[in-house]
Design a binder for this molecule. Structure first.
Ligand SMILES: Cc1cc2nc3c(=O)[nH]c(=O)nc-3n(C[C@H](O)[C@H](O)[C@H](O)COP(=O)(O)OP(=O)(O)OC[C@H]3O[C@@H](n4cnc5c(N)ncnc54)[C@H](O)[C@@H]3O)c2cc1C
Length: 500
């Protein structure tokens, strides 16, 4: 088996970022990226539906180390993929990526201070195996096997075409067709205006509304700064502006929900006119940021609705008929194509099996350490971004911290680092991995995720400012992350009895 100091699983935004940080900050370490698919990009390669784009700005979804220089800050999928390709080429990451390597299992041995990582090659079906000292999971947060299939009663009756956005057929011709998009999330609000240009009509059928906010797809300040300052400096200033603004707005919406709600709905009324039924179709039953908000660039969704090319129906499905959908109100929607934009299936850690010293790991029984590692699981990190800001902001912080950890191990001659609960942590209340977020796709799987406690480092705060302090300023040798030398087997502390 080939051995590497670090194995990264996944060559999406996170895995490519991890490679950059390892090269820059741990130049003496060998690493490989194992990627299950035939290409880089993860999300930005997989999703091919019309209009696929970011819904956060590229100055913060882009890496800290590589300026986003395009004019549009809300970017389409192909431009994001191109940015990732450029990153891979610029930093010589390509030769480290092993494509078509789907990893299925990782087994840690304390005696050897190594992970044995095994899987299957997509092209030959052959088994593959590697060993590494440190395993860095950059496998995203949803299943690549398929999207979430909601329970849609009688779907089999429908005689037309049914498509899930995660498996968009290259040859789907929707010109002149009547399309119904089921859903109200980011994917639905992207698809509706994108398809409305060519379709006969597009209907967004939603059970309940989501907050929708329009923003220009270009950042005038960022583009202005780039004209007078070097790209790197302009980018840093724009990132600071955007992260500060995001945090201020997020805090205001969480602390003043009623006022924020009124402002958001006023903006929608302005877009759609006083005659439009904003109460029914754009007024959610929850407060802003209880669920992720939907951003639409340049009011594209509202323009499509106002032009009559698209419409929103808020109703429940009774059943599907050969020609469309019968609704519980008694109305019928005729359709040639139905798009089930019903969301993602969230998973933990690349849907892999993990074993530590012969014991299977159940991540739901672990505590998160700073939202990137797991109690009693040695030499393992995973990248998980923000639900209320750009993913990469956090992915970058985690990478920097992992490099600090690895360098500390080099300096101290240690080979194993394991977060262990202190005796004083034994009474921590168990909180969800992500708190106060009511979206169905999170709620469905929250029980499978590790818990967080009520004190550092056992938290996953989903707060960029707090994370920055936690990842950049706190010492890696914090008394909770335990470091061990080769072949020194450190067992879990019996929490209730041990001294702190
Ligand atoms: C349509 C869409 C739009 C989005 N827009 C935004 C946005 O605007 N802003 C934002 O912050 N976030 C957005 N997100 C979230 C988005 O997924 C992240 O921003 C980011 O792309 C995640 O990068 P990642 O590398 O961590 O994971 P992914 O992009 O999911 O990549 C994971 C990679 O790991 C590989 N992999 C997984 N398991 C294994 C395994 N067992 N073995 C080998 N390889 C494996 C996959 O094949 C994939 O290549 C969006 C998500 C979707 C679906």
């Amino acid at each position: 088996m080939q051995h590497f100091d670090v194995i990264v699983v996944g060559a999406g935004i996170s895995g490519i970022g991890a490679a950059y940080h390892l090269q820059q900050n741990c130049p003496g370490r060998t690493y490989a990226i194992l990627e299950g698919r035939p290409d880089i990009g993860g999300t930005w390669d997989l999703f091919r539906y019309p209009g696929v784009r970011s819904d956060s700005d590229m100055h913060t979804l882009g890496y800290s180390f590589k300026p986003w220089n395009a004019a549009k800050s809300i970017a389409d999928g192909p431009s994001i993929l191109e940015y990732l390709r450029e990153t891979v080429a610029e930093f010589g990451i390509g030769p480290h990526i092993h494509f078509g390597h789907l990893v299925e299992r990782a087994e840690w041995s304390t005696d050897d201070a190594r992970w044995t990582v095994t899987g299957t090659r997509a092209d030959t079906g052959e088994s593959v195996g590697f060993t590494c000292n440190y395993l860095f999971m950059c496998s995203g947060y949803y299943s690549y096997k398929g999207g979430y299939e909601a329970d849609l009663p009688g779907l089999e009756n429908f005689a037309g075409t049914v498509v899930h956005p995660q498996a968009w057929p290259d040859d789907l011709d929707y010109a002149g067709k009547r399309v119904v998009v089921i859903g109200s999330g980011a994917t639905a609000v992207t698809l509706v205006p994108a398809m409305a240009d060519d379709a006969a009509h597009v209907t967004m059928l939603q059970r309940s509304p989501t907050y929708v906010v329009s923003r220009p797809d270009q950042d005038a300040i960022a583009n202005g700064l780039r004209k007078v300052l070097p790209d790197g400096i302009a980018y840093d200033i724009t990132r600071l502006k955007n992260t500060t603004l995001q945090q201020v707005l997020y805090k205001r919406m969480r602390t003043q929900p009623e006022k924020s709600k009124a402002q958001l709905l006023k903006m929608v009324r302005k877009e759609l006119g006083e005659d439009y039924d904003v109460d029914t179709h754009f007024t959610p039953r929850y407060n802003p940021w209880d669920q992720r908000m939907c951003l639409v660039p340049n009011s594209d969704l509202f323009t499509a609705i106002s032009s009559g090319r698209a419409s929103v129906v808020t109703d429940l499905i009774d059943t599907f008929t050969p020609t469309g959908i019968r609704l519980q109100s008694g109305d019928e929607l005729d359709a040639d194509i139905i798009v089930t934009a019903t969301g993602l299936q969230l998973v933990t850690l690349g849907e892999m099996d993990f074993v530590v010293d012969g014991q299977p790991v159940d991540f739901s029984k672990t505590w998160t350490y700073k939202g990137f590692a797991y109690s009693d699981v040695p030499n393992l990190a995973s990248s998980f971004g923000y639900i209320n800001a750009s993913w990469t902001l956090r992915a970058d912080l985690i990478c920097e911290y992992v490099c600090r950890l690895l360098n500390h191990m080099d300096e101290t001659g240690t080979v194993q680092c394991t977060p262990r609960l202190r005796a004083s942590d034994a009474d921590m209340p168990q909180r969800d991995w992500i708190e106060n977020f009511t979206s169905g796709y999170m709620q469905r799987v929250m029980h499978k995720f590790p818990k967080q406690g009520d004190r550092e480092p056992w938290i996953n705060p989903q707060n960029y400012r707090r994370d920055k302090k936690m990842f950049k300023k706190s010492p890696v040798a914090d008394g909770v992350m335990r470091f061990a030398r080769a072949r020194v087997v450190e067992r879990a502390e019996p929490v209730a009895a041990a001294a702190d």
